[in-house]
Design a protein around this ligand. Structure first.
Ligand code: 5GP
Length: 176
């Protein structure tokens, strides 16, 4: 199988968008106790750039969910591999996601985190495949709407590869 890689969003555009999102978040949460929760592994690069562009204090934690493995199609079944470790009761939570596809992961995580009684939960996603939604979850802070391509780079993988790319690309698999 040959993997062909194409560029979708370049470094500069990501940088500008992350700055823009961080400014909006900093202003909206200026009088709140913000906790960012990154969804691993895909959101680790996005979260680390986002947090360094915020101008307000905040806490940060991670939740790890099962990934696509070697495929490019979601099973729709979400499994928590590692939960958050800080207490979020009465706190304002911003869930940081790399890509919203069907929306099922976010729905599952919102239900899961709601049991811990935070004051609020909002969503920040870098990418949204709008046409693929099976469930409508409001995305409070969105980077880019993208077409239905399998994207990689900027922390996002295919079979653990391509996370190191500084830009967002997409891949096509060709039988050799
Ligand atoms: P959803 O539950 O919304 O269908 O899927 C969300 C998760 O699927 C994302 O967090 C991400 O891990 C994975 N995902 C969705 N689309 C892509 C994609 O194009 N590339 C990669 N690598 N993962 C994706």
């Amino acid at each position: 199988m040959n993997i062909k890689l194409f560029k979708l969003i370049d470094e500069e555009d990501i940088k500008n968008k992350v700055k823009e999102l961080a400014e909006k978040i900093s202003s909206d949460y200026s009088d709140k106790e913000l906790i960012l929760i990154g969804i691993l592994k895909g959101a680790f690069v996005f979260l680390s750039d986002l947090i360094r562009n915020l101008t307000i204090p905040c806490l940060c934690d991670f939740i790890k969910v099962s990934s696509y493995g070697k495929g490019t199609e979601s099973s729709g079944i979400v499994k928590i591999l590692s939960d958050i470790s800080i207490d979020i009761k009465d706190k304002d939570i911003l869930l940081v996601e790399d890509i919203v596809d069907t929306g099922l992961t976010l729905k599952y995580l919102i239900d899961h985190l709601s049991l811990k009684k935070p004051k609020s939960i909002k969503i920040c996603a870098l990418l949204d495949k709008k046409e693929r939604h099976k469930i409508e979850i409001p995305i409070d802070y969105l980077g880019f709407t993208i077409p239905n391509k399998f994207v990689v780079g900027y922390g996002i993988d295919y079979d653990e590869k391509f996370r190191y790319l500084p830009y967002i690309g997409y891949i096509e698999l060709e039988k050799s």
